[in-house]
Write a protein that binds this ligand. Structure first.
Ligand SMILES: [Zn+2]
Ligand SMILES: [Zn+2]
Length: 307
């Protein structure tokens, strides 16, 4: 963990309506820092359910439940994601219920109850496969299963889907890579994107060798484990050159990096250079809470959401 970096979560605001993409640890705190009331976010999308993308959900649900309209009155909150999202959200609601029961047990209570249990305001929509998954008249979201789970054997992979999302807005098209390897759907779904928000889990193979070597030494990993971990990054994540190649081939107009861990400002610049080897459009390397504005298909930095 880092002081200056939280786990992945991206807030999209279109015509004042708020959507959250992923919900890593620290999301609730980051929303407070950005001056956003989480109960005003009625729609959450999960790209996939790796722990770094979903462990902040219970925090957000608790805030929604407690703050939204006062004492569990708000809702519904719609949560979209791959198979097992219902299990995740139900577990989150059970988790937060324990802490709210003592409040509800002291009458009179404003909580909406069904018997002894709270009425659950969280509505889950599991996404079974590719295609249009959401259209509220404000944005349209299309899912494409990507190659982030390439190394899970085919027999069990249907339980573990992982998506990239194309979001069509009145201001332009945004593609969230989610976590993905370089193969598969990401190239196709990035086609025509005004902004490709691309995971960059490692800068290049030198960076990868160094970080894996250090981790293997620290944990006394045998070669098989070290190689398995390296393969996870090579086949199931993106480096900067691959992002540049994907963006160029897809004809994307710009790239914003995320899900990355640059050591310092110089390293952040090196991430940008890595993409620019292959891609001539604008490439942005944000700090946490940096904000970007999309207008008529052109994206530009517009300050930090940090208050
Ligand atoms: Zn992942
Ligand atoms: Zn991840």
């Amino acid at each position: 963990m880092r002081f200056d970096r939280s786990e992945p979560s991206t807030l999209l605001i279109v015509n004042g309506r708020k959507y959250l993409i992923d919900c890593g640890i620290g999301t609730a705190r980051r929303l407070v820092e950005a001056g956003i009331n989480s109960s005003g976010i009625r729609t959450i999308f999960f790209t996939h359910l790796h722990a770094d993308h979903d462990m902040g959900l219970a925090d957000v649900m608790a805030t929604d439940f407690f703050d939204g309209g006062g004492a569990g009155q708000a809702g519904p909150f719609d949560i979209y994601g791959p198979p097992q999202t219902k299990e995740l959200v139900d577990a989150g609601f059970r988790f937060i219920s324990v802490g709210f029961r003592p409040f509800a047990a002291a009458p009179p209570t404003a909580y909406r109850m069904r018997g002894d249990e709270f009425v659950d305001p969280f509505v889950v929509h599991e996404i079974a496969g590719d295609g249009l998954v959401f259209d509220d008249g404000n944005i349209r979201v299309t899912a494409a299963e990507n190659s982030h789970y390439l190394m899970i054997p085919p027999a069990t992979r249907p339980r573990f889907k992982t998506y990239s999302y194309k979001v069509q807005t009145p201001d332009g098209v945004i593609v969230f890579s989610g976590d993905t390897g370089p193969s598969g759907a990401i190239g196709a779904i990035a086609g025509g994107a005004d902004v490709l928000i691309a995971e960059s889990s490692y800068r290049d193979s030198k960076d990868l060798d160094q970080s894996i070597g250090a981790r293997a030494a620290r944990n006394h990993w045998p070669p098989l484990m070290t190689n398995r971990f390296r393969d996870h990054f090579v086949y199931e994540h993106l480096d900067t050159a691959q992002i540049g190649q994907i963006a160029a081939k897809a004809g994307a107009k710009s790239v914003i990096l995320y899900h990355y861990d640059p050591a310092d400002k110089a390293d952040q610049a090196a991430f940008v250079s890595g993409v620019k080897q292959y891609f001539s459009g604008p490439v942005f390397a944000p700090d946490d809470l940096d904000r970007y504005c999309l207008s008529s298909g052109t994206v530009a930095p517009c300050g930090s959401a940090r208050r």
